[in-house]
Design a protein around this ligand. Structure first.
Ligand code: UDP
Length: 436
């Protein structure tokens, strides 16, 4: 059996005054046509990173709309996740080559998980496979009635050919693929039906729900942040592509000008990310002995509420990535009205268009300059945040993402009609709209 992630219940109706009405209305129409369908989302981990953040919100909303949906996890041991991390890096363009032994570890894991999917298959109409870790499963699974969709969340615009040529032949079995940006579609992709849409944040999750300022201050004081001093934060897995050491260097350039400036570097250490520990040690070594730099992790209890408080009360948030599939953390901060300095890579520019949400940078020096500017000009920082929040509302909240998912399912069900099933009960979202 595959592990099923418990996600609880959620109602689309609760988004009515938060997300645009047009998106909610279209969702209700689409769900009418798809009600009774069965869907599975398959990923590598239930915690630590953007995919799990998205599925935790998306899966209950599918169910609320009458599409019976499960989120399941593939099994993997440390050796497997070492290999998949290398594949992840290679597909984002890192140098190197997979050894024969690494390929064997990856494929043996796929065989194991393929047999587990079949034993607990509940005759799904749609199977979404997220990222490279489970990507081979479509080709080797005997579940052929489902429409298989590969959702690639990373920037595969320029993959290292030795990794891409290994993976690509296994992708032909997919009915469709989804990328975050047109430019991320890799060369010679063997999937013909390709869709492009961005991820989104959940404005009602504990991470993004508005926190009273007093509570947010209390939460930050509790973890050692001094709330009367200026604060800049980066939140992200300890991953070299997120360039935490570049953030430390930019901060150190600004510190002589603003001596009481604090830096919070928050990173989760995820089960499928063994490299994270090495990067964490490097960050510790670069910051040890500086009481104004706070290195915080999930292992010391820094979770959704603490991240919420940091993103809400920081003067500036940084996401100085060198490669980035999307970077949910950018929209998370901007949604709270906090301006973001973001690396000009991957999905970050989508979230920070001209004069909106923050400033794009290419180097440590530019990052330091932008940081000093925003700290010295709080009115400019405030306006950037305000305009950015509206941009996030229109483009990067969960109902828009759910709508794009359902448009895709509807398109696939039109191309190959679903087997008839008994109608599911009318979902709560429909029964209670409008006005909750
Ligand atoms: N995150 C978190 N704690 C951490 C690091 C990350 O809660 O210490 C969350 C972050 O708030 C965001 C997600 O994990 O919701 C990371 O998603 P993103 O798209 O930014 O990056 P990914 O990890 O998918 O590369």
């Amino acid at each position: 059996m595959l592990d099923v992630v418990d996600v609880g219940k959620r109602s689309l109706a609760t988004y009515r005054d938060v997300a645009p009405d047009s998106q909610l209305d279209e969702l209700l129409q689409l769900s009418d046509r798809l009600r009774g369908a069965r869907c599975m989302h398959l990923s590598a981990t239930s915690y630590g990173g953007g995919v799990s953040e998205i599925l935790r919100s998306l899966v209950p909303l599918y169910n609320d709309l009458g599409i019976a949906t499960d989120w399941k996890l593939i099994h993997g041991d440390e050796a497997f996740f070492q290999v998949t991390k290398r594949i992840h890096n290679g597909l984002q363009g890192a140098p190197g080559e997979l050894t024969e032994q690494e390929k064997a570890i990856y494929l043996a894991n796929a065989q194991l998980n393929a047999s587990r999917i079949v034993t607990d298959s509940e005759d799904y109409d749609f199977i979404f496979v997220h990222d490279p870790q489970p990507a081979v499963l479509a080709a080797i699974s005997t579940l052929r009635d489902a429409r298989w969709i590969w959702r690639c969340h990373i920037d595969t615009s320029n993959p290292n050919p030795s990794y891409w040529e290994f993976l690509a032949p296994f992708l032909h079995a997919y009915d469709a693929a989804v990328f975050t940006h047109q430019d991320f579609i890799p060369p010679r992709l063997p999937i013909r039906d390709v869709h492009v849409y961005a991820p989104a944040i959940d404005p009602l999750s504990p991470k993004n729900y508005p926190l009273p300022v007093d509570l947010a201050r209390h939460v930050l004081e509790w973890i050692g942040i001094r709330t009367h001093r200026p604060l800049v934060t980066q939140v992200g897995r300890f991953d070299r592509w997120k360039d935490p050491l570049g953030v430390v260097r930019a901060y150190q350039r600004v510190r002589p000008h603003i001596p009481d400036l604090q830096l919070a570097l928050v990173g989760s250490l995820a089960l499928d990310d063994p490299e994270g520990w090495d990067v964490y040690e490097e960050v510790r070594a670069a910051t040890v002995g500086d009481p104004l730099i706070h290195v915080l992790t999930n292992l010391v209890g820094v979770g959704n509420i603490e991240v919420n408080a940091l993103q809400s009360l920081s003067d500036v948030v940084i996401q100085k990535s060198l490669r980035e599939g999307f970077g949910l953390v950018v929209s998370e901060a901007v949604w709270k009205g906090t301006p973001v300095i973001g690396g000009r890579v991957g999905g970050i520019p989508l979230q920070l268009p001209e004069e909106t949400g923050g400033i794009l940078v290419d180097t440590v020096e530019e990052c330091a300059e932008a940081l000093l500017r925003l700290l010295r000009q709080p009115e400019e920082a405030r306006l950037l945040g305000e305009r950015g929040r509206e941009h996030v509302r229109e483009n990067f909240l969960m109902p828009r993402l759910l709508r794009d998912h359902l448009r895709l399912l509807d398109h696939l069900a039109t191309a190959r009609p679903l087997a008839p099933r008994g109608l599911a009960p009318i979902p709560l979202a429909q029964a209670s709209l409008p006005g909750g």
